[in-house]
Design a protein around this ligand. Structure first.
Ligand SMILES: [Ca+2]
Ligand SMILES: [Ca+2]
Length: 310
């Protein structure tokens, strides 16, 4: 190969290389919205990490410092980005950013290292992944940062008022106890009378009213207990004293008088089922018969006696 041909090949190769770099550089756009940048291939030599603690609380903002490093220096347009729609990013509020190496927002002055602080606010509890992405003009890398978001623990006890004790006459009505407790995260309540639960249920933060009419004379201890979602418990006691006596109301009950007519027949005790009159007749007949027999026997005896004497 002579020098002329070799020179032409070098020029042609150089031109081809430049053309290749120009063409490939047009493939990559840092603002593509998919994690890999649509046309970027993942480059394992790009590294990303964050300072995540792995936990957060609903509604409590936290700052996540994300770092992207391109180990092999060279090239241009090294970007760090976090966008909505990636992984679970939409479970947080944050400001989407494209941070170009050594531009505004890059906290690392060194080339090919981009660092930025993103502020996230969790919208709900759960296990989520925040996805960040870095890229050059043709290659990319991503990181999924697990975040366990929990509800904010309620460590503040409810506030409960203390209504005055109540006295009332036993015959009067219209008596109630009204409690107005408060908590940012109310949960349950119950009302006890002398230690026995008479009312309970969910508490949504509204006042709790209980009617205390129609109690018998005496003293009663009404206790309201309210509980929040953090199981913080408070209670209040109201003494209810009922005085007076229960009026004894006489009820005039219509009286039905039933007159029973009893006919009493004075007679010798009879035999159940036997007619006394019939008995009397039979007895008389027997007596008469006995007397007849007696007379007959006596007559016969007299006749016999005379014959022997004669
Ligand atoms: Ca930098
Ligand atoms: Ca509370």
């Amino acid at each position: 190969m002579n020098r002329t041909i070799r020179s032409k090949l070098v020029v042609t190769g150089t031109f081809a290389l430049i053309l290749f770099l120009v063409v490939t550089s047009t493939f990559a756009e840092h603002d593509y919205t998919t994690e890999c940048g649509d046309c970027h291939s993942v480059n394992a030599s790009y590294t990303m990490f964050s300072n995540s603690t792995g936990s957060a609380e609903v509604g409590v903002s936290f700052t996540l410092r994300i770092n992207a490093t391109k180990i092999m220096v060279g090239g241009t347009n090294f970007w760090l980005s976090v966008q909505s729609g990636w992984a679970d990013n939409d479970y947080f509020t944050f400001t989407p950013e494209y941070i170009l190496d050594n531009s505004v927002g890059d906290l690392t002055p060194a080339n090919f290292i981009v660092t930025h602080d993103f502020t996230f606010t969790p919208l709900s509890s759960g296990n989520y992944s925040i996805k960040a992405w870095c890229s050059t003009s043709s290659s990319s890398q991503f990181i999924e940062i697990p975040i366990n978001v929990t509800d904010v623990p309620d460590v503040t006890s409810p506030i409960i008022d203390s209504p005055s004790d109540i006295d009332y006459e036993v015959s009067s009505t219209g008596h109630n106890i009204t409690w107005v407790p408060y908590d940012e995260h109310p949960s349950q309540f119950n009302v006890q009378v002398n230690g026995s639960v008479v009312l309970s249920g969910g508490w949504d933060g509204q006042p709790i009213v209980i009617n205390i009419d129609y109690l018998s004379p005496g003293t009663y201890e009404y206790t309201l207990t309210v509980i929040d979602i953090g199981e913080n418990i408070v209670f209040d006691v109201v003494l209810v004293t009922v005085t007076g006596e229960i009026s004894t109301t006489t009820t005039e009950t219509p009286t039905t008088t039933t007159t029973t007519t009893t006919t009493t027949t004075t007679s010798s005790p009879g035999v159940p089922g036997v007619d006394d009159k019939a008995l009397t007749t039979a007895t008389f007949s027997l007596i008469m018969l006995a007397m007849g027999l007696f007379v007959g026997i006596l007559s016969i005896a007299l006749i016999v006696s005379r014959r022997r004497m004669s």
